[in-house]
Design a protein around this ligand. Structure first.
Ligand code: HEM
Length: 134
């Protein structure tokens, strides 16, 4: 309960509503487990250790949904399209990214409303990241 006093029920951010940091850590950890088990797609990620990439995506999503701004404190403005420019994000990469994310979202067991909100954002954001023709 977030009620401090009757009549002062505070508005929660989406971040808080879905369980805060722990939920985003679970989401992105599961996502990168999928990436690690998909050699073709894994090859897109330049670093041998996926841990730092996992941390960046986790912090970005936490910030995006109303959590702490640690991502921008460390990395500056997200400029995600620009940051993806070094990588060939074509339809196949887009589909693989979303496939791994779908598994991770399903395993969170969110309410239908929260799940739809999160998934709509992820699909929209993934489509906007495409930077190469098929
Ligand atoms: C559409 C398919 C996508 C592909 C193939 C892709 C691939 C990649 C790759 C290869 C990296 C570099 C790994 C790293 O060093 O961090 C990266 C970074 C990142 N991606 Fe994506 N990505 C996709 C979509 C998205 C979407 C939809 C989001 C946000 C909702 C996102 C957020 C990020 C973030 C925050 C980083 C780290 C940026 C930084 O601070 O350097 N990506 N992505």
């Amino acid at each position: 309960m977030n009620e401090i006093r009757r009549g002062t029920l505070q508005e929660q951010t989406f971040y808080e509503q879905v369980g805060g940091e722990e939920t985003f850590r679970r989401l992105v950890h599961r996502f990168y487990e999928g990436v690690a088990g998909d050699p073709g797609f894994r090859a897109m990620y330049p670093e041998e250790d996926l841990g730092p990439a996992e941390e960046r995506l986790t912090l970005f999503l936490m910030q995006y949904w109303g959590g702490p701004t640690t991502y921008s404190d460390n990395r500056g403005h997200p400029r995600l399209r620009m940051r993806h420019a070094p990588f060939t994000v074509d339809r196949a990469a887009h589909d693989a990214w979303l496939r791994h994310m779908r598994v991770a979202v399903d395993e969170l067991g969110l309410s239908e409303e929260h799940e739809t909100t999160l998934w709509n954002y992820l699909t929209y954001a993934a489509a906007s990241m495409i930077n190469a023709p098929d």
